[in-house]
Design a protein around this ligand. Structure first.
Ligand code: 9D3
Length: 245
């Protein structure tokens, strides 16, 4: 797989891609990642990449010309071109899987106040946001996407983990896990986790996963999940297992 990243801040990628699992995947030849400076596709002495918005308003807009020329130069038949923008489709694991299936990705990092809309309309195949918070540019989102893709590539570390993840795909948060010591700074591992009662433990884990999903991610709760949680709370109470375990 090939990922080309177009950015005004190439140095930002040195750290994250110079270490970590991404670096290992690059060294193993699983993926090639090339960082390109958008200013390399300017033609004026000042290397201008932006201009004032038509109709006025604050800030500057990335001009279409350097971006179109950069993508034209990097494009292949297999290329999927992605614009990172706060106005894009929200990145979720299914979209990561779709991107990981591409042979060639071109990631365009937006910056400043925005990007000329013709880049979204006539150059990019997709517009993607990584979440509802304001960042200073598309560089961190590009790194997030590269990291999420790399761990799905066959042969990358975490590949076994990703198959496990699919098997477990229940749309819930994970149950809590513990290791030694049994008591740390006065805080014990829940009794049930060490009890050896496997049937009871499996119910407790399921209840914990449902409980914390209901508390922290109510958006993930289905009517079935709510019902199952209510049932498990009754059932565990009947068996004398407290919420804490
Ligand atoms: C003035 C209105 N802003 C839109 C909410 C403009 C604006 C803010 C921040 C335009 C670009 C940016 C820089 N952010 C990104 O380029 C970006 C981003 C983000 O800020 N949050 C989540 N995902 C992404 S992907 C690219």
């Amino acid at each position: 797989m090939q990922i080309d990243i177009i950015t005004l801040f190439p140095e930002m990628f040195d750290g994250p891609f110079g270490a970590s699992i991404v670096r290992r995947a690059i060294d193993a030849g699983l993926i090639k990642i090339d960082i390109h400076n958008l200013r390399d596709w300017t033609h004026d002495g000042r290397r201008t990449v932006d201009d004032a918005p038509f109709g006025g308003g604050p800030g500057m807009i990335l001009k279409p010309q350097p971006l179109f020329e950069a993508v034209d130069a990097l494009r292949s038949d297999a290329a999927v071109t992605v614009l990172l923008t706060p106005n894009g489709e929200l990145l979720k694991q299914p979209l990561v899987r779709e991107l990981a299936a591409a042979e060639h990705l071109i990631l365009i990092c937006g910056h400043y106040e925005g990007v000329d809309e013709r880049v979204a309309d006539h150059l990019a195949n997709k517009c993607i946001s990584i979440g509802d918070y304001v960042l200073s540019g598309g560089e961190l989102p590009a790194m997030v996407i590269a990291d999420a893709i790399v761990r799905l590539l066959p042969g990358a570390l975490g590949c076994a983990d990703s198959t496990r993840e699919e098997a477990h795909e229940g749309g819930l948060l994970e149950y809590p896990q513990y290791t030694r010591p049994a008591v740390y700074r006065g805080n014990p591992v829940p009794e049930i986790v060490r009890s050896g009662n496997h049937q009871q433990l499996e119910r407790w884990k399921r209840r914990q996963a449902l409980r914390r999903t209901a508390d922290r991610r109510p958006d993930l709760m289905t009517a079935e999940a709510e019902l199952e949680l209510a049932w498990l709370e009754l059932e565990l109470a009947r068996m004398g297992v407290e919420a804490s375990g």
